[in-house]
Design a protein around this ligand. Structure first.
Ligand SMILES: [Zn+2]
Length: 465
């Protein structure tokens, strides 16, 4: 119980309080206006969003085993759709389709437009209906806050002016294909499924709100997260890689609950939930082998070819032109110029650049002795690169001049982070005061010739200071 809502009531006459309640849309009396959530910037029309979700759901349904038992499906859809009917910012276009992945893992995710998946493992570990409802309410939170398309919209905005984007997304046809054309092919799946910490807190907040409105114990969602973290730490990695844990999750949820309204007789369980669990137990065990890499590790096609229009990048001690459909990523040590979709996710090392240019400075160990040579320093750099690329092979090495300075051009072959492909790298090195200035031009072997004119033009534009 809490003082806030009581105080609010006490300040008004009973009549005006009742009137206020009547004037508000059903389900909105307490919660939404006292909470902070609101969907973020978005370029997608709801229809396009649903279409994008549908296309990706079809892909997932093809690649992952699903529970097809009608009793189980009826149950999750009954619970899920009832929850959705209490969701803020709901839209009649949303599909609200709930599916069960036939996997012992504990996981759940939502695609834009209301395509929600929970695993069989998740249903088996929850203690009651309120907890699985909590998981579905959290996922519904991602849907109505439009987290997936919000992220894509941000990525698109970084790439092109709003006016152009409006036109591109206004076309009909496959949204996934349109995004792939814009270089977001690889990005879509990973963007759609990977949530940020702030998106997580928001989904928690909205999920808790939905649970409360639907009459469930609103603590149930946070309780579920607690259970899997404590009891099944080995199974939680997958879940929390898609749903990073917001700080103080339980505390945040607990402090929200009093804002939702008075405590009620909350529903925690149902005979239907127990029957569904039993039904799942009676079905053949789920396939234990992981059938496919997670969607985020798949590339759905190469980035668009480099634009012939260039932008100037001013770095520390250098400047270079790069195609205007590439992006800049930089940290203290390096600058990467990358086409959208040019970064590939790898199982072991996180992400790797498969296309574009990487610029950095290398400190050869011989530089401490003062007098050092370009060839030896380049060799030392190659040895360092070989530590993470054991199959790195030098094809040929030539001398050249960069703005009058002696430089080395080294053509390399190695394994591409794109599965099963070879990569071609052109390493260009020159001395810049006490360090080795290096540029690496990167493309899969099959596309290197297509990228070569761009690489040459970039090198031509290089200015060292
Ligand atoms: Zn989440």
């Amino acid at each position: 119980m809490n003082g806030g809502w009581r105080r609010r009531l006490a300040q008004r006459s009973v009549v005006s309080a009742v009137l206020a309640l009547l004037l508000l849309p059903p389900g909105m009396a307490w919660g939404v206006e006292s909470l902070k959530f609101k969907p973020g910037f978005n370029l997608f029309k709801v229809q396009q969003e649903v279409q994008l979700g549908k296309e990706n759901a079809e892909q997932i349904d093809k690649e992952f085993p699903l529970v097809t038992d009608p009793q189980v499906l009826r149950y999750v859809n009954d619970v899920g759709r009832r929850l959705a009917s209490f969701a803020p910012y709901n839209n009649s276009e949303y599909a609200w389709t709930f599916k069960v992945m036939d996997s012992p893992d504990i996981n759940a995710f939502a695609l834009p437009g209301g395509y929600i998946y929970v695993t069989r493992g998740a249903i088996m570990v929850v203690e009651n209906e309120a907890q699985i409802a909590g998981v579905m309410a959290h996922e519904s939170g991602h849907v109505v806050m439009r987290h997936g398309t919000h992220e894509i919209s941000q990525a698109l905005l970084a790439q092109a002016p709003l006016a152009i984007l409006g036109g591109i997304l206004g076309q009909t046809g496959s949204i996934t294909a349109q995004l792939a054309e814009m270089g977001l092919g690889l990005g879509v799946n990973s963007i759609l499924l990977k949530n940020s910490r702030s998106a997580e807190s928001q989904a928690d907040e909205v999920g808790t709100y939905i649970l409360y409105q639907a009459g469930y114990d609103p603590h149930a969602m946070a309780r579920f997260f607690e259970i899997i973290q404590k009891k099944y730490p080995e199974k939680t990695i997958q879940f929390f890689s898609d749903h990073p844990v917001p700080e103080n999750r339980i505390k945040a949820v607990d402090s929200e609950i009093p804002l939702l309204g008075p405590a009620k007789e909350w529903k925690t369980n149902s005979p239907e939930f127990e029957a569904t669990k039993e039904r799942l137990l009676s079905l053949p065990a789920p396939p234990t082998t992981t059938p496919a890499p997670p969607p985020s590790a798949r590339s759905s096609g190469p980035p668009p070819l480099p634009s012939s229009r260039f932008i100037r990048f001013e770095g520390k001690g250098f400047a270079i032109d790069y195609p205007d459909n590439w992006q800049v990523q930089q940290n203290e040590d390096a600058v990467a110029l990358i086409p959208l979709g040019g970064i590939v996710e790898e199982a072991e090392s996180g992400t790797a650049q498969a296309y574009g240019t990487s610029i950095s400075r290398f400190q050869p160990s011989s530089s401490r002795r003062g007098n050092w040579g370009l060839i030896d320093a380049t060799q030392e750099l190659l040895d360092t690169m070989r530590l993470s690329n054991p199959n790195l092979r030098v094809i040929k090495q030539d001398g050249l001049k960069l703005e009058g300075r002696p430089a080395l051009s080294t053509l390399l072959e190695t394994d591409s982070p794109l599965q099963g492909q070879k990569e071609r790298d052109l390493l260009v090195t020159t001395r810049q005061s006490d360090s080795l200035f290096s540029l690496i031009f990167i493309a899969p072997e099959s596309l290197f010739d297509a990228y070569k004119p761009t690489f040459d033009a970039m090198l031509e534009s290089l200015e060292l200071r």
